[in-house]
Structure formats: structure tokens, C-alpha cells
Design a protein around this ligand. Sequence first.
Ligand code: SF4
Length: 317
Amino acid sequence: MRDLKIPEQRHPEKARRPDNPQPKKPSWIRVKAPVGEGYKQTASIMREHKLTTVCEEAGCPNVGECWSQGHATMMIMGEVCTRACTFCNIATGKPPEALDVFEPGRVADAVAKLGLNHVVITSVDRDDVEDGGAEHFAQTIRAVRRRSPDTTIEILTPDFIKAAPEVLEIVVAAKPDVFNHNLETVPGLYPEVRPGARYFHSLRLLQRVKELDPTIFTKSGIMVGLGEDRQSVMQVMDDMRAADVDFMTVGQYLQPTPKHHAVDRFVTPEEFASYEKAAWGKGFLMVSATPLTRSSYHAGDDFARLRANRLERLASR
Ligand code: SF4
């Protein structure tokens, strides 16, 4: 039995890698400590429903702020991921269990109990499952919709690269409000950052969502500070717009442990502001680009702005 709290067992494929020094965080990466009643209540609802969150598994720096407001991003399909991205702190390996058929119901119960207006649901990669977990995602969306019809649903999915292309239709047919799939980094860094993925496959996945159902908002994000240059980030923005992506997020990469990909540098708040300006200029409906931006950070407020921006653009045509 693996103990996922022990780093060598959590990431067996990274155990023999040389250590990358972890640079001191600059003053602009400041986070709130996880304390307070709201935080405790969110934690207790997650435990009660036996749910895993990406907030904890990925060691997200925003957990204090988000959980104190009841915003937790639930991670379905287990806590072990079949990929081994070099930036990610989710445990890796062969998942010990099949998909839990009761999980969609538990997610729906937790969303109702938290009283969320907007929920973000993500997952590990399950390349061991024939449809990559597409049906499980669809069941989870439907369960939340039934239980909380006024809650808007955002999903952050894997790339389903090992499954038949048609599985995407199963997820889209369940009609999430936002379909998010992160490109994570610029194409030139894929071999070292996201070795199991393909840049153009991910881009095409986002484009296909829009082709299948243009009413669904599409969203994608990258981390910066991994070694990319500005020109490559501009190229990613153009590629996303060519794939009709509505919402782009850009955040600073933080290195979870010495065995993970090194932080190349801390991008300054001024550079983030400049990325944000460039992205608005390229025509995204919504942009979030700050050092602490994560896909699900302030997702509810951002969704309200995304929807308002679409209506405004439609009205101006
Ligand atoms: S930003 Fe997202 S992953 Fe991080 S704590 Fe908030 S909801 Fe969780």
C-alpha cells in the first residue's frame, strides 16, 4: 500500500531526479494562511463526502482565501494520475481503484451543501480507463445540475488523448457552462513540462468543444516562469484565439518540491499586466493574468464577467 504523503511514493518517477533548488518567493507572491471558520467548514464538507480537491493535492497557494469563501475545486476519478507532468504535485502512477460510481452523487451533495453559485470540477488523468473518464465527467455534471439547477458548472478536463475522439461528445452533451482544458505551457516546453501530452491535440480539443456546442464557454491557461519567452506566449494567445477560446488565464509557476521542474524566474506583476493587455487586444472575452491566477481562482466572479462580456459583444454586432 502506497503512502502518498511520502514524496518518493507520491512521485516514484521523480524520486531519482537531481534536486532543483527552490528560489525564495518574491514579495508579490503573498498568500493568506488557511485559518477561520469558513475554511474549516469547507474542509469538513470535503471530508464528510470523501472528496479529493485539487486545492490540497496540488498544494495551491490560494487555498486559505478560496476555502474561507467555500470555494473548493473538487478533483474526481481518484487521487492518482496516470501522467507524470514535471510541474504537477498530484500523485502519479497506476490508479489503485476503478472509478467510483457513487462519486458524482457525493460531488452533487457537497455542491448543494456549500451553496455554490458556480462550481469548478477537475480530475486526474485516467489513461487506464477506456473513455478517459468522459462518461464519469458527464454523470457528475448531470448529478450537480439535478441537485443544484441554478449552479453554473465549470469543468477542467484532461486531454483524453488515449481515448477515441468521440468521447469528447459525451462530455459536451452534458452541457457544462464552461469547458476548461489547460495548455499549461508554450509548445517548445512540452517535452520537458508535459511529456505525455501534445500541444496541438489540446488546442484541437478546445476547438472541437466550440464546434460541437458554440454556447459553451471555452477556457484555457498557461503557467509562466517555466523558461518560456514572451514571443512564445504571444503565439499561444494567437493559437487559442484561432481555436475560438473565450477565456485565457496566465499565472506564475510555483515549484512544489525540489524534484519538480525548476522555476526559471518570477515574472513581475508589470509583465503580467502587459500579458493581460496583450490578451485583451487579441480578442478574448475574459482574461486573468496575475502571479496568483489559477484556473479556478475567482472562477465564479470571472464567469459572471465572461457571460456579461459575451452579451455585450453580441449586442454590439
Ligand atoms: S485557486 Fe483553485 S485550486 Fe487554488 S485553492 Fe482556489 S479553488 Fe482551489
